[in-house]
Design a binder for this molecule. Structure first.
Ligand code: NAD
Length: 484
């Protein structure tokens, strides 16, 4: 564990990573990065210029030509070294996560490990990028199907998982043999840049990876429109994802979209309700609820509804809000005051519509972007929180009477990212796995995303998956070859 002042003194100068060169200053326009814990200025990022973007693209073309020709074994060696180096530097990396995002230290350390696990997974999985042989119609002929890297990938990620999101994209694309240009999130740029610099230390060839920081619209338009870019991977809101996907598809470039969710949780009355509520609170308020798969719409069988609300509210009230570098802190700030205002909107709507507030409900009166962990009860389908993803520390609960009603409530939104089921009845669990519309259905647990498992959304929550063998395939196309 580090002290906050020590961590602040180590905050790096933010630059552009172009090709393999870290470029700072250069007269580029500068923008402030806000410290979510205090609201003070943490640092500044330079805005990538047209020339920076053009140079990153030229470097990516060169880098792709070299990287794709490296054997999968060699590529795997580089990626594995990145994973090892991340683990060696876990404190340095976790320090950046806690500074930029405000994440409590233990969660930040866990994020380093999960992100390193992504590099490790793709180091291995890239070596297993098998094709297949299809029996031919003629004797001695061969019909081969071979996966190939799609080309240069343009990547954009949200701020809420500052190491995990860039790691998924960089390691997935590089593991498949692609080159990648990533636009770092403006809120947490040091994290992605630190990963990029480690990758070059570990032997990545020039140009295989670039990281730009700056104007999202300019960078996304230039990257997506560049002829060498063949895939666009984006993690963020459905609204922006649709814009980027439309631009990509209009040029026949592959859109890999990890978008918004509003995860339902079905809780049946055969469970230990106190234990489930406690675990639910831990899953809900982790990272201050700023997780796309955060359980948020809790549908609870009526018999245990009151007991669930009481236990969830207690667990929410027991959280200790504060600076992520303090040992006692169990929930940090939101990423910015903009998100605090967004939370207030949900609570105002709930109060106007007569919903219950069993815990929290207000911004915390202290410096920084803190909002009390909040439980809104009787959140009927007309309320804002039942329809709009809060992406923050707000849980909404409602009672249900029948299985069919619960499934209807779970599936009524256009999102289908993650869903949770809590029941000790194997029949109920098995039915729910089939009936719930979601990219991941987690039963009697809360952990959704692992390096080795596919993670992606259905409906308006996304296209393609990251993680698992699917995460590699997203960056590959197949070539069919016939040899007589
Ligand atoms: P956002 O869509 O506002 O921003 C995401 C990224 O897109 C940022 O890097 C931003 O700079 C960039 N961006 C913004 N406007 C752009 C534009 N016009 N052109 C190009 N790029 C642009 O989302 P956010 O507020 O950062 O994140 C919250 C949302 O992300 C939530 O809806 C959440 O569910 C979703 N999310 C999804 C996943 C997933 O894997 N499915 C993971 C994390 C977050």
């Amino acid at each position: 564990m580090q002290t906050r002042s020590d961590a602040l003194s180590h905050y790096p100068q933010i630059g552009q990573l172009i090709g393999g060169a870290y470029e700072t200053g250069g007269g580029r326009a500068m923008h402030d990065i806000t410290d979510p814990t205090t609201g003070q200025v943490l640092g500044q990022y330079p805005t990538a210029t047209e020339d920076d973007i053009a140079r990153a693209l030229a470097a990516a073309e060169r880098g792709f030509a070299v990287w794709r020709k490296r054997s999968a074994f060699d590529r795997g060696r580089v990626l594995r070294k990145v994973a090892d180096t991340m683990r060696e530097r876990a404190n340095e990396l976790a320090r950046l996560v806690t500074l930029e995002l405000g994440k409590p230290w233990k969660e930040a350390v866990a994020e380093v490990e999960q992100a390193a696990g992504m590099w490790e997974w793709y180091a291995e999985e890239g070596r297993r990028a098998y094709g297949r042989i299809i029996p031919a119609r003629e004797a001695h002929a061969r019909q081969l199907v071979m996966p190939e890297p799609i080309g240069v990938v343009a990547a954009f990620g949200s701020w809420n998982a500052p190491l995990i999101t860039p790691s998924r994209k960089m390691a997935g694309a590089l593991g498949a043999g692609c080159a990648i240009i990533m636009k770092a999130s403006e809120e947490v740029p040091a994290c992605a840049l630190a990963l990029g610099r480690i990758a070059y230390e570990c032997g990545l060839p020039e140009g295989a990876l670039s990281i730009l920081v700056g104007d999202p619209i300019l960078i996304s338009e230039r990257l997506i429109d560049a002829p060498c870019v063949r895939g666009v991977t984006f993690t963020g809101s459905t609204q922006i994802g649709k814009q980027l996907a439309a631009r990509a598809v209009s040029q026949m470039k592959r859109p890999i979209m990890e978008l918004g969710g509003h995860a339902p949780v079905l809780i049946f009355d055969d469970v230990d309700i106190a234990a489930v509520a406690k675990a639910a609170a831990a899953a809900k308020f982790r990272n201050s609820g700023q997780i796309c798969i955060a359980p948020t719409r809790f549908f609870v069988q009526r018999k245990v509804y009151g007991a669930f609300n009481e236990a969830l509210a207690k667990a929410a009230n027991d959280l200790v809000l504060g600076c992520g570098f303090e040992e006692s802190t169990t929930m940090g700030p939101l990423v910015s005051s903009r998100r605090v205002k967004a939370m207030q909107g949900f609570v105002t709507d709930a109060r106007q519509k007569g919903l219950g507030i069993a815990a929290g409900g207000d911004a915390v009166q202290r410096e920084g972007a803190f909002f009390a962990p909040t439980v809104i009860t009787d959140a009927h389908t007309e309320s804002m929180v039942a329809n709009v993803e809060p992406f923050g520390p707000i849980a909404a609960t409602a009672a249900f009477d029948s299985y069919d009603e619960a499934i209807g409530l779970a599936n009524r939104l256009p999102f289908a990212l993650a869903a949770y089921v809590q029941s000790n009845n194997v029949h109920t669990v098995n039915r729910a796995i089939d009936d719930v519309e979601a990219g991941s259905v987690i039963c009697n647990g809360w952990r959704v995303s692992l390096p080795e498992t596919p993670f992606g959304g259905h409906k308006e929550s996304g296209i393609f998956a990251e993680g698992g063998v699917e995460g590699l395939q997203a960056f590959q196309h197949v070539k069919y070859a016939y040899v007589a």
